[in-house]
Unconditional design. Structure first.
Lengths: 464, 464
């Protein structure tokens, strides 16, 4: 926990807060608190909270923060707790602030192509609501059926579409935020452009609940794209797949998906379900085009590039049903890998030109630590998820897995990359953040934290 | 000037700085200082500087800032001084820091599609250099043949392409920045994605030299688009043009340009050069598509939408030459309006749904102040440039022009918009920034300024 926090576990008059809010907003029974204690990260500690607040309005959030500031109680904002870095885990003596009940879509404006939403809206619910009027909210983290817009904003979530459409931050126009002292502030704007003052909106996005609590967001939408068509290519040599990626990305076709499975991922999926995948292949590349009348020509051209780069097998879908079949292997990676054992999912991003070096490095780390490393990823962005797999309940293996996990982050930094492309820092990568930023940048970030949260009560011990 | 700055005009030992740097870096003669005193804003005051530093390396910038911090000398970073808000104007006793000589393109990486540049590179030089290898740097402010990447970054410059491609900030991956105390920091990254810590990159972009001096930028590039085709439509009623805009923007065609000329703009251009423009028309809409094989169908479909919405005349270009003819009217607005007299160029942005209200409001303001207001703009983004025109040398008219200028910003805020879509705050809109932000947001911004520049020496009196 952050050293500036005076923990008041057990002594804070949470009954006073409960009384100041409608019945059921504040819950302190142990079962409920326990249910909200952790997000979906492996191997991250979680403390014992005072209780859970589940507000239904901005005013209630303000009441919570005013109380927390007055009593120096740490507050841990939470969405659907699907995060993979421990950013939503409880700290001792904290009030957990679940935003799940603020889940209204307040407006979808078709002329300005913006949606105004509360933070508890599920990503998929928003995506479907805007699709109903011919619009498109691109950010699509794998958790999109479960995770909230607020959580997506707090972590600047990525997804499969980023290679063409960008990340969550690229679709945020403005935010309503409750600050650490309970004050309400609006940052950003509703318009497409605006340069009035410093960009506090982007500062808030990705800050993992350490700078304020997002209570409303104005999100940019786009016209809905045409259904995507898919190309899948099998490569004996991963390096050839990388060359194909570089050529496709340079082509102007703007793939709307560009996913990679390494040999270990292919094996895991084939073991999970017999899809006839080539278990000797070093790489499976799956790409899409959603350029409407150009999509068929695009996936054909992508396939040709893969063949020219030595692909052993290329399949091109001619319709949505075939496309779904070809993307099935990617969709199955997560459940397939979870079947293999306990996992530590990394989230590095490296320049595309260094992807081959990343794979070579992972082989070395695997050999040195004796750990199995499975590496699927959003290859078009250089954002890979090397996943260390080990036996559940084997403490020695868990320790070596942590070594491998750390070595992967070190490797990413050496390759000019980042320790986290889309999952965030949370608890999991807090010590590594400082290595990536350097002391000067870290000090600036701490200074910003102090401006927004001088008492250090907002999600202490996370990120910085 | 900011109250925290102790001005040391005339007493700072600038000779010591000059001696610490190579010959010619620091220039103190009055003629040179005078030449660098102002940017391109109208009616903004400029102080008397100590001199001009024109460094050629990051180390020299560090030397300048260390000296400035030691002697509490204000520093005003400058690019090509094409800005329209006075952000680069001298303040009394300041050292002007011209970045024009740091003008090297350090790398263009075709695999990662990034360019690494010094801040003094002219936008057009970068755009042409990347085009030579089939890549595209979209940000295209009107000043692109003159303005620098550093200036574009400092103001988060927009342009004509934003409606499809976004603004300068959307193409910035990472920055090297010299802080107010001379320390060097790198923010951001080279990779496409990254969420390690707070987004200091976006904080720096648009901060108008008040948080640090950008000495290097890593910029995202895209594959070059196909040449654009153009559609132009004349409307008797501006409201019909707005409806057409909304329909085109909702169509999924993604116009790569969407420009608007109001009646006064049309008249100004026609008076400047006889292009056969319809001087009774309330609106001329000019749009482009650069979707390659789809472009011809796109501009035809845009033309059809305009006809359906009551356009009196529609012209669709079949090739680049015809497209150039159709865009000529837009290109001539600036010189044509300058011929009319002295100008105060505003830069508001409003939700697209409020554009008709903006035009109605401008008519009211024009009537109330007796000022001519010409209103061209980037209508697809709702970013308009209402320009108050008045007689040069008429002080009473200048005062009324300022009233009209202020009334336009007030109107934009009432319509849910912003006082500045792309030009920045500088000196010109400083008092209005606080009205747009509100006191809480303003206080956060001041807090951030203090973290980065505790002595208040970086471009004091600008923005905040």
């Amino acid at each position: 926990m952050d050293s500036t926090v005076t923990t008041t576990a057990g002594t804070a008059p949470i009954e006073g807060l409960a009384a100041a809010l409608p019945d059921g907003v504040v819950v302190t029974d142990e079962a409920t608190s326990d249910a909200y204690r952790t997000d979906s990260a492996s191997f991250c500690p979680a403390g014992t909270p005072l209780g859970v607040a589940r507000p239904t309005s901005t005013e209630q959030v303000q009441t919570v923060l005013r109380w927390a500031a007055a009593h120096r109680v740490p507050v841990v904002p939470q969405g659907a707790r699907t995060g993979l870095s421990g950013g939503a885990n409880a700290v001792d003596g904290a009030l957990l602030l679940s935003m799940l009940r603020m889940n209204r879509i307040l407006a979808i404006d078709e002329v300005d192509q913006v949606a105004i939403v509360e933070p508890g809206v599920i990503n998929a619910d928003l995506s479907r609501a805007v699709a109903d009027v011919g619009l498109f909210y691109p950010p699509d983290p794998s958790s999109w059926e479960l995770s909230t817009i607020g959580g997506n904003l707090a972590t600047n979530a990525g997804g499969l579409c980023c290679v063409k459409y960008g990340v969550t931050a690229d679709f945020v126009r403005g935010l309503e935020v409750v600050l650490a002292d309970g004050e309400l502030v609006r940052v950003g704007r509703r318009t497409a452009k605006g340069v009035a003052g410093y960009d506090l909106t982007r500062l808030m996005v990705g800050s993992e609940g350490t700078l304020g609590v997002i209570t409303q967001a104005t999100l940019a939408l786009r016209p809905a794209p045409e259904p995507a068509l898919t190309m899948a290519a099998v490569f004996d040599k991963a390096a050839d797949a990388m060359t194909a990626v570089a050529r496709i990305m340079a082509s102007g076709m703007r793939p709307s998906m560009m996913e990679f499975l390494d040999n270990a991922s292919i094996r895991a999926v084939q073991a999970y379900r017999d899809m006839g995948l080539p278990v000797e292949a070093e790489a499976l590349l799956i790409t899409q085009s959603d350029r409407g009348p150009l999509a068929a020509a695009d996936v054909a051209a992508m396939g040709l590039i893969c063949q020219e780069q030595g692909a052993a097998d290329v399949a091109v879908a001619e319709d949505a049903a075939e496309s779904a079949m070809l993307t099935e292997a990617r969709r199955l990676v997560n459940p397939a890998v979870e079947k293999l054992g306990a996992t530590l999912v990394d989230d590095v991003a490296v320049p595309r030109a260094r992807l081959v070096d990343l794979l070579t490095g992972l082989e070395r780390i695997s050999a040195e630590t004796g750990m199995r490393i499975v590496c699927p990823g959003h290859i078009g962005d250089g954002n890979m998820h090397p996943t260390v797999v080990f036996d559940r309940g084997d403490d020695a293996a868990a320790a070596r897995a942590q070594q491998a996990f750390d070595a992967i982050m070190k490797l990413a930094l050496e390759l000019g990359g980042t320790i986290t492309g889309e999952h965030g820092v949370g608890l999991l990568k807090r010590t590594w953040l400082r290595k990536e930023l350097g002391e000067t940048s870290y000090a600036l970030q701490r200074g910003i934290k102090d401006v927004f949260d001088p008492l250090g009560i907002l999600n202490p011990g996370k990120v910085l």
